[in-house]
Design a protein around this ligand. Structure first.
Ligand SMILES: NC(=O)c1ccc[n+]([C@@H]2O[C@H](COP(=O)([O-])OP(=O)(O)OC[C@H]3O[C@@H](n4cnc5c(N)ncnc54)[C@H](OP(=O)(O)O)[C@@H]3O)[C@@H](O)[C@H]2O)c1
Length: 243
């Protein structure tokens, strides 16, 4: 991956940070977009590579995206690939979130709206506004969730997971729409959605052991993402294990 440049959105998250590190190990140049300035400072302080730069960005703010687009355009940056790993994982508040069922509760509506915005609208904003920064035949890889393929009989009710299922289903449709858009086809770009089962991230460390499903190791997740960046076949929606 030497001579290649990638943009990682959600760079301070569990998946995003690992993707940044592994791309850098493989010789790529990486622009990491993290949610806040503090996250960027931490990332730059810890990663310490001259091929890594980061910018703070709220994917729901078109003006912030436009401003970063301006800065990157002035540098002449063009990306070989973009990885979207933004998501709400309720890390700090998780046990509180699951303490009682939320069906019919206002929080249900709130969680759905938050998740849907990040999984769909944020993705749309980034693809739409960063399009001019993506090279001919570049790759877009999205870290999504396999939860949307679980049937209710297999669903872990403790997770209060329906807002996440619905938002992920919307993301799947959104990706299909992006994939078949004229501009993606004309530029021969490829858009892959990888729908992961539960991954061994700090999120699950907060969950009681008896609730813990089998977890995917991060190495498998990163290999899958980097594999899609290099793959020359047609676009896919791939499900990486449902528990
Ligand atoms: N972890 C898993 O087990 C798992 C399993 C299957 C699928 N996935 C999917 O993979 C994606 C990433 O998961 P993850 O485990 O890496 O989650 P994570 O560790 O929570 O990382 C998500 C990142 O997105 C950032 N973010 C949230 N709102 C944002 C916004 N408006 N603008 C920019 N960035 C924003 C978060 O920043 P803050 O910390 O500031 O909110 C965080 O850095 C999610 O879509 C998730 O559904 C994860």
């Amino acid at each position: 991956m030497r001579e290649k440049t990638y943009c990682v959105v959600g760079a301070a998250g569990s998946i995003g940070r690992n993707v940044c590190e592994q791309l850098l190990v493989r010789g790529a140049r990486v622009v990491g977009l993290a949610h806040t300035g503090m996250q960027c400072a931490k990332l730059e302080g810890e990663i310490k590579r001259d091929r890594f730069t980061s910018y703070p960005l709220d994917v729901l703010s078109c003006s912030e995206i436009a401003s970063i687009l301006g800065r990157l355009s002035m540098d002449g940056t063009k990306f070989d690939g973009l990885i979207y790993a933004v998501g709400p994982y309720l890390q700090s508040n998780f046990m509180k979130e699951i303490e009682k069922p939320i069906m019919g509760d206002d929080r249900y509506d709130h969680r759905f709206r938050v998740e849907q915005k990040l999984l769909c609208l944020g993705l749309y904003n980034i693809v739409e506004l960063f399009f001019t920064l993506l090279k001919f035949r570049s790759r877009i890889v999205i870290a999504g969730s396999s939860m949307t393929h679980l049937t209710a009989d297999k669903a872990p009710t403790w997770l209060n997971f329906w807002p996440h299922v619905m938002a992920s289903a919307c993301q799947e449709k959104m990706v299909e729409a992006i994939r078949h858009s004229e501009q993606i086809k004309v530029r021969e770009m490829r858009v892959d959605l990888l729908q992961f089962g539960p991954i061994d991230t700090p999120f699950y460390a907060k969950i009681l052991p008896e609730m813990m499903p089998k977890l995917l190791d991060m190495g498998t997740v990163i290999d899958a993402i980097l594999g899609q960046l290099k793959d020359k076949g047609p676009s896919v929606t791939e499900i990486i294990r449902i528990n």
